[in-house]
Design a binder for this molecule. Structure first.
Ligand SMILES: [Ca+2]
Ligand SMILES: [Ca+2]
Ligand SMILES: [Ca+2]
Ligand SMILES: [Ca+2]
Length: 285
């Protein structure tokens, strides 16, 4: 490039180019611009991926909290009645597959009746059940969901609920208190053979906690199996999953969901909620 010097009007001597930019200068300028643009784009990508992640995680949290709230409020307040007849009861606690077929490897389900109009009889819309299915039925998307059925078939009430487990505390000796173990812990039992009776205790080391240190199979509760009309409290495990995978995230946690041990090793985020419901109409003081 050739340069010439001129006197500019500020009195200084400026260097100017007569022939514009050379190819090399242009290439350098374009390369610098490219690097800057790529940095901006990458920052944008990162930010929008963080936003996407936050949105899917937030959706999951709202789903699981909504689901637990509904389960809790319906099971707790169902059967509230003024008259003396006991018309609220749990009628089915068996494990079911997503098509509602009985299946020990499926999720927990619960069916109970509630005398909503307090007429002492169970009418057609006074039986409720909760279970896991894959909505939309007929064209399932592989993401499991929580269903509620009040007689009109299973309706979706929360999406992307991966697992549901229910365990039960009972008062078999009729003293108005929950039955306890040798160490004085409440016995949280489940129906290990899917015949609608409680027969195994989840807290196999009898320390009052249900966690990874307990044998997944549970231990026999001792004596004969407990009829489900002795149930006085319900413990609920709900495991939710994000609907889409999360970039650069691996879920290698192990979730204790009742007697299930779930280690996903995939790229979805999850949330586990566990709560205890004392049904106020089930005869506990
Ligand atoms: Ca009724
Ligand atoms: Ca689904
Ligand atoms: Ca049983
Ligand atoms: Ca334990």
């Amino acid at each position: 490039m050739t340069y010439s010097t001129i006197n500019c009007r500020f009195g200084c001597r400026c260097v100017t180019s007569k022939k514009g930019f050379t190819l090399i200068e242009l290439m350098v300028a374009m390369a610098v611009a490219g690097i800057v643009l790529m940095a901006i784009y990458s920052a944008y990508q990162t930010q929008s991926s963080i936003n996407r992640t936050q949105t899917v995680v937030l959706n999951m949290q709202q789903n699981i909290r909504g689901a637990m709230y509904l389960l809790e409020s319906e099971i707790r307040s169902a059967g509230y009645e003024q008259n003396a007849t006991k018309t609220f009861s749990i009628t089915d606690i068996r494990f079911r597959d997503i098509n509602n077929g009985l299946n020990l490897n499926g999720n927990s389900s619960i069916t109970f009746t509630s005398d909503l109009n307090d007429d002492g009889a169970i009418d057609t819309n006074e039986t409720f059940s909760f279970s896991i299915f894959d909505y939309p039925v007929g064209t399932p998307d592989g993401i499991l969901d929580l269903a509620r059925d009040n007689g009109a078939g299973r309706q979706i009430i929360a999406e992307s609920i991966q697992a549901l487990f229910l365990a039960y505390a009972y008062d078999n000796d009729g003293d108005g208190r929950l039955d306890t173990s040798a160490n004085g812990n409440i016995i949280w039992a489940f129906d290990s053979d899917n015949n609608n009776t409680l027969d195994r205790n989840l807290d196999t080391n009898d320390n009052g906690q249900i966690d990874i240190n307990d044998a997944a199979a549970g231990i026999p509760i001792g004596g004969s199996a407990i009829a489900i009309d002795k149930i006085r409290a319900i413990r609920v495990w709900l495991l939710a999953r994000t609907k889409t995978p999360i970039l650069k995230y691996t879920d290698n946690n192990t979730y204790v969901v009742g007697n299930r041990r779930i280690t996903p090793n995939d790229n979805y985020k999850r949330e586990l909620l566990v709560t205890t419901i004392k049904a106020r109409n089930l005869g506990l003081e």
